[in-house]
Design a protein around this ligand. Structure first.
Ligand SMILES: [Zn+2]
Length: 253
């Protein structure tokens, strides 16, 4: 898994340890865009040197797919001169906040940055290189491990957000996940079904009044992902369902 992979014409990705983070680069006539910057400033500097091997110009843009450190901590290795594009929840706040969509014009091609909804975090962005048929999906899609449900995930929204990806990808598209190898539409469709299964199970367990601390075990081997990865999914899902039930009670509905 060493070295750059040219996914399509002048669209590259490269997998880095630790965490098997998949970083992207898009080269256009007027500049270079980097998608995610690895987990430390030192790793970011190493990445900047690797990007120079593709194109000697300093990148003008860094797009962060979401706020987690393994995708953002290398940012200072690029800016200045690079401007950072990211969701407004990014810390520190990005030069180009993308709450819905933004287009980066590279002269001979455009890179579109889109927010599709909550999922892996509250601020996941995807990066679309339309002319090449490539989408960088960040951690909304993971290949080398199961999707990561952390303490800031939105397990009940994630399936709908992942389904919105379907509108951006056809059978010929290639999708670069946040971690792991390049995948196709069929992989994303299959993973979305599993995300949907997790959300459905959480709702069923909550409706069945299974205590949150027993819920992961109660669903046993029916989970589509390893059970030990799902405690935060269940905790966060329960919390959301508790809150919406409270809101319904408060509004008398
Ligand atoms: Zn993440």
């Amino acid at each position: 898994m060493d070295g750059w992979l040219e996914v399509r014409d002048r669209v590259y990705c490269r997998r880095y340890e630790p965490w098997d983070v998949s970083v992207g680069v898009v080269v256009g006539r007027d500049g270079v865009v980097v998608v995610d910057t690895r987990a430390t400033l030192g790793e970011g500097r190493e990445l900047a040197a690797d990007v120079r091997a593709l194109d000697s110009r300093p990148p003008l843009w860094v797009v962060n797919t979401h706020c987690h450190f393994d995708h953002t901590a290398g940012n200072p290795a690029f800016s200045p001169p690079a401007e950072t594009a990211g969701h407004p929840t990014l810390d520190p706040s990005p030069g180009l906040p993308v709450a819905d969509r933004a287009t980066i014009d590279l002269g001979d091609r455009e890179v579109e940055v889109r927010y599709l909804g909550r999922g892996h975090t509250g601020g996941d962005l995807v990066v679309v290189v339309g002319d090449a048929g490539v989408v960088f999906a960040g951690d909304l899609v993971e290949e080398s491990g199961p999707p990561a449900y952390g303490d800031d995930c939105h397990p009940l929204d994630w399936p709908a957000t992942a389904a919105r990806l379907f509108g951006l990808i056809g059978p010929a598209h290639l999708i670069v996940p946040g971690h792991g190898a390049v995948v196709d539409r069929a992989f994303v469709v299959a993973q979305q079904r599993h995300l949907q299964q997790v959300a459905g199970a959480i709702c069923d367990l909550w409706v069945g009044e299974v205590p949150v601390e027993e819920a992961v075990a109660a669903y046993g081997d029916r989970w589509p992902f390893p059970a030990e990865c799902l405690s935060q999914a269940v905790a966060r899902g329960y919390r959301e369902l508790d809150l919406s039930a409270e809101r319904r009670r408060d509004s008398g509905g």
